[in-house]
Structure formats: structure tokens, C-alpha cells
Design a protein around this ligand. Structure first.
Ligand code: PGU
Length: 408
């Protein structure tokens, strides 16, 4: 028999979101009358908007004609979409041939981990989107989990006391640094001076940043950077991943992109873009052409206006959740509330409580599912993440229930 892959065996438990779904269904089975509302996984709920539907539909019809049919396309995506991303979303700070269209940010993060391989020092914000750590363990870049997280990973705590921006001076030589802004789960958005610090440290240490900007469309404050390439020097030290999932509800349609600047090189001088192209053309056959036409529609004037309305809707949900939590008190020690203004997540701390206990409490007392902060890393303990992706009436109902309970 084949031996189990030891790197996968090193993972300590199931992936966070299926784990939550498991607990939710066990609860639903035991309490069939409970009307459970999920503010847990960041999964979009509102329908696709009309102009984007038109873009998708036209693509489908076109594929049904002899002139319009196409099979495999360029693995890096439609030229028109790559150009539109470079122009509309990056104001030409990057070139269209540096844009690699994908089937989503999560899939690209996995492929990037493959690109850098097992012999790399991984640095993450703590808490962080679990794919950075779990994927690093799976590729062999990190070992078994100990009391303070996985061995081989440098965790940079992001807490209220540092404004959820870590001490970047702890990034050592030749590291692969995952950085997410707007942040999942804290909802914090790094300012320009903060990102300048990050880029300077990466340059000083010869490190590479994987900048995950999957929630950039939720930034409303014009002072806050939406891309790492707004920072001078980032082209020599950063890759950026992004997604159509949250801005236009493509969580199920699947479409994203990764930017690899041509100046970024490995120690031996090989351009990273060359290896990325080699890797993706070998193990990825391109994003769905239909999805790409939907993405294209989202980047013209009408599409951008629809995107704004959709993201405004979720931000309004976030504001409702924030207000509810702030008007607590839910627990004797009170609740601290962060995020939710330029990001679709509200990050709430319940001092003296364990995240999973608070998760169980809300599930049991309000039938509301949230995400336990400890699932995002050691510094997430005592926190709960509330997702603003939900129908308004469900969010209002969940908030109504939340406002009536008290943790003892
Ligand atoms: N990057 C970040 C920071 C995310 O939070 C998510 C989704 C993704 C990437 C995934 O983007 P795709 O383009 O759709 O692949 N995070 C959600 C969903 C959970 C998951 O496992 O992806 C969340 O609830 O955190």
C-alpha cells in the first residue's frame, strides 16, 4: 500500500469551514425546529446583477454558434480581460501581460505555494485566512502543530494593541510573507505608510510578499490603498492575488487573477513570472471562458456601478452587525468590535472567553452561526468573526436574536 503523504498528515484538524458546517448540521439534526442563520463563511448570497448576467448569457449564446465557439483558450486568460484588469483596476500600475486570470484566489494561492515549494520560510499575519498556513503545511513548508501554531511558520500577531498591523521587523531573510488587506478575518485595512513599511522590510530581507486583496472592492476610504502596487518598490517584491468572488458574487461562478510583475526574480535571477507561466500552463487549463466574459462585463461603466451597489449592500449588513454588537453587552466583560467599515467582516472580542465556546453559545442560544477566531490562528482566540454576506432580512433577524442574549 502507498504511504500517506506525511505533509498532509501534519495537518491538525479539518479545514475550518467544513468543520463549522459539520457542527452546524449536527446541531440542526439534534434541533430540527431551529431556524439557523449563517453569518459564518464568507459566501455571497445576493443574485448576480443584470449587466453581468448579460455578459455571461451573451458568452453562452456565442459559444453555441460556429463563429463564436472556442475551446481551450490562453491559460493566462482572455487578452481583453487582462487588459481591462490592468487598466480599470490597477490604473496601468501593472501591465496586462503580468495579469494571470484564474479560477479564483484560493486556487491560485495553492498554486503559488507549489511555485515556492517546501524550502521557504513562511510568515503569516496572525490571525490569517487558513489557506496560507494549511497550504504551507500541505506543501511541506511547515511541520506539525504545537502549542503556538505550526512549526516552521512565523506568526506575526495582529491585535487591537497594534491596530491589527504586525511588527514587520520580525520578517527574516528570504521569507514568503502572506499579507491580506482588507484583512480576513480582522476587517482591518493597512494604510499606505504601513504597506510602505512592509515593502521596505521585504526589500531589505529579500522576501516575497503574497498580497491577497480579495476584498479590495469593499474599501470606501479613498486614502486606503487597494493594491500593493500603489507602493513604490512593490514590483520587485510582491505578487498580488485577487478575485471576482466577493465583488460580483462569483463565489460559485469562479474567477480571479494573480499579478506577477516582470521585475520580480528568484535568487538566481530567474524571473518569477517565467516559472509562474511554466507552472500554470502545465497544471491549469485556464478559467472558464463564460466566467471571463462575465468578469469583463463587470469592468465597464455599468458593471462597475452594479459592483458598487452590491458591495454597498454587504457593507450595510456589516454596519448593522457592528451596531448590534456595540449596543451589547453580551458578556460581563463587554465586547470589543473591530472591522466592518472597509471590509465585509466584523471582528469581535469577548474578553475572557474561548472562541469555540462563544461559537457554541451563539449557535445554541440564537441559532446563529459565526466563525470562531481561534480557527484563524493563535491570536484569534477570544474573537468571533461575523460575515456580512447574507440577505438583509436574515442579518436583521440574526442581529435581533444576538441583541437579546447574554453570555454568562
Ligand atoms: N482570499 C481570502 C482572503 C478569502 O477570505 C477568500 C474566501 C478567498 C481568498 C477565496 O477566494 P476565491 O476567489 O473565491 O477562491 N474566504 C471565505 C470563504 C472560505 C474559503 O475557504 O475560501 C471565508 O469565509 O473566509
Amino acid at each position: 500500500m502507498l504511504k500517506r503523504n506525511p505533509s498532509i498528515a501534519n495537518l491538525s484538524s479539518g479545514y475550518l469551514f467544513p468543520e463549522i458546517a459539520k457542527r452546524r448540521s449536527a446541531y440542526a439534526k439534534a434541533h430540527p425546529d431551529a431556524k439557523i442563520i449563517s453569518l459564518g463563511i464568507g459566501n455571497t448570497t445576493e443574485p448576480l446583477t443584470p449587466h453581468i448576467v448579460d455578459g455571461l448569457t451573451a458568452a453562452v449564446h456565442n459559444l453555441g454558434t460556429p463563429e463564436g465557439y472556442s475551446g481551450y483558450g490562453d491559460e493566462a486568460g482572455l487578452t481583453a480581460l487582462r487588459e481591462k484588469i490592468a487598466h480599470v483596476l490597477y490604473n496601468n500600475l501593472i501591465r496586462s501581460d503580468e495579469v494571470f486570470v484564474s479560477d479564483g484566489a484560493k486556487c491560485d494561492i495553492g498554486r503559488l505555494q507549489y511555485l515556492f515549494g517546501p524550502r521557504v520560510n513562511v510568515v503569516v499575519q496572525d490571525p490569517a485566512y487558513p489557506v496560507y498556513v494549511d497550504g504551507s503545511v500541505m506543501i511541506g513548508a511547515a511541520g506539525k502543530s504545537g502549542a503556538t501554531g505550526y512549526r516552521g511558520i512565523t506568526y506575526l500577531p495582529c491585535t487591537a494593541s497594534n491596530g491589527f498591523f504586525p511588527d514587520v521587523s520580525r520578517i527574516k531573510k528570504n521569507s514568503l510573507v502572506y499579507f491580506c488587506s482588507p484583512n480576513n478575518p480582522t476587517g482591518a485595512v493597512a494604510t499606505r505608510p504601513q504597506l510602505e513599511q512592509l515593502v521596505r522590510q521585504a526589500q531589505k530581507t529579500g522576501s516575497v510578499i503574497i498580497f491577497d486583496s480579495a476584498y479590495s472592492a469593499f474599501i470606501r476610504d479613498p486614502q486606503l490603498p487597494k493594491s500593493i502596487y500603489e507602493i513604490d518598490g512593490a514590483r520587485t517584491c510582491a505578487i498580488e492575488v485577487n478575485s471576482f468572488s466577493k465583488p460580483i458574487g462569483f463565489t460559485g461562478v469562479r474567477l480571479g487573477w494573480t499579478i506577477v510583475p516582470s521585475e520580480l526574480t528568484f535568487a538566481d535571477g530567474t524571473p518569477v513570472i517565467r516559472d509562474w507561466s511554466r507552472l500554470t500552463t502545465t497544471i491549469f487549463n485556464g478559467a472558464s471562458n463564460i466566467a471571463q466574459y462575465g468578469g469583463l462585463a463587470s469592468l465597464d461603466e455599468t458593471g462597475l456601478a452594479e459592483t458598487r451597489l452590491l458591495t454597498d449592500y454587504y457593507l450595510e449588513n456589516a454596519s448593522i452587525i457592528r451596531k448590534t454588537l456595540l449596543s451589547g453587552p453580551f458578556s460581563p466583560a463587554g465586547v470589543e468590535v473591530y472591522g466592518g467599515d472597509n471590509a465585509p467582516y466584523v471582528w469581535a472580542r469577548f474578553p475572557g472567553k474561548k472562541s469555540w465556546d462563544v461559537f457554541d453559545f451563539f449557535l445554541d442560544s440564537c441559532h446563529v452561526v459565526c466563525t470562531p477566531g481561534a480557527g484563524f490562528g493563535p491570536a484569534g482566540e477570544s474573537f468571533i468573526r461575523f460575515s456580512s454576506f447574507g440577505h438583509r432580512e436574515q442579518v436583521l433577524e440574526a442581529c435581533n436574536r444576538l441583541s437579546q442574549v447574554h453570555l454568562s
